[in-house]
Design a protein around this ligand. Sequence first.
Ligand code: ACO
Length: 425
Amino acid sequence: METVKIIFGDKVCELPIIVGSEGEKGIDISNLRKTTGLITLDPGFANTGSCTSAITFMDGEKGILRYRGIPVEDLAEHSIFTETAYLLINGKLPTSQELNQFSVLLNDNSLIHEDMQFFFQNFPRASHPMGIMSAMVTALRSFYPELKINEEEINLTVTRLLSKVRTLAAMSYKISRGHKVIYPRPDLNYPANFLNMMFDNPVRPYYIDNTLVQALNVFWILHADHEQNCSTSTVRMVGSGRVNLYAAISAGVAALWGPLHGGANQAVIEMLESILKSGGDVKRAIERAKDKKDPFRLMGFGHRVYKTYDPRARIMKKMCDKVLDKLKINDPLLDIAKQLEDAAVSDDYFIEHHLYPNIDFYSGIVLRAMGIPTNMFTVMFAIGRLPGWIAQWKESLDDPNWRLSRPRQIYTGLGKTRYTPIDQR
Ligand code: ACO
């Protein structure tokens, strides 16, 4: 086995190199502090692996993303969201019987306890749906308490979450508009049911367009997992304290909310709208993004891991054209987006910094075309990421190297200081 030797004063520590199944290597520092007294410091964890995982493989340099070994391009083309969710959570593609059983369970668990509707009524109208979603997912724990952590109970909780989160999302939208809540229907598949719950109403029945159902399948498949990103790491970290699954997922929803993470899809549309409003000056946006004195960043560009085109963005861009074409929508924001992409990918700053469009750059335009309001975009992402969070949480439960997540720090504050009584300050 390859090792790395650390010599610190008179202490020598030999650290093993761990090799992943795709050849990536990492130094196992588990014994570093015990042997040398040293810890590592890695702001933003850009060089730190927090776990080993068999769920998702990504290579940021080559633009590769695979779930359980299957390229995301193949899943986007051939799979449906529920099948991909099953794959992530259970580690293998379901047989048609298993997929049917899974769909029946999702259907059986799709209703929300009627009392939960009252919670929605009491949130102020302007509340952000991500805040509501995070609160409601935690609230599910009170309505559907887990008995104990065994396989059957976990499977029930997992299916409940997958099904109820989708119902909660649509319900929060309906209630925010003061409209009648639409219940899930047993005859509709997962994405079609969601669209129907969002847009059907008693005086204007919703026509379910197959292109939109397919687009939503693809949107959710592309978001389904992305290894140890900010929200997934949050789910694992919160879960490491052995909280219930609802609490861990609720923390993941909160983490996803940020504009540098899942909130970017909303931020992209707001940015494109503001460029359009100020006359469509794409060059100025590029110049602002490059100006270090200006806090403006090109939203939907750049990624911690991808240093090339985000493979998901390619698929999303194609889907975007397909949806707009089918619905015969001429969205001026798409024109701005295309101009911005052309200008950025040929600009030296963006090339040198390896900044390419990420999935959020085009996903907002697809969601807009479906009629999803901008403040619901990140909720849409959360529904898609749910299988990944669940799979990662499940994997962490069975990890023989599992420990409570508890990083260390290098303290830079005051030395021992005397307490000054209040009248002497
Ligand atoms: N526009 C302009 N410059 C950028 C951008 C951007 N979108 N992203 C990074 N940079 C520049 C930084 O200014 C920095 O430049 P410098 O080295 O000359 O100082 C360099 O690129 C590295 O930036 P970091 O912030 O250190 O990169 P990091 O890996 O930490 O950040 C992040 C990644 C947060 C995604 C960043 O690229 C960003 O803010 N993008 C915009 C928000 C966004 O689209 N987020 C969605 C990410 S995908 C997802 O979560 C689903």
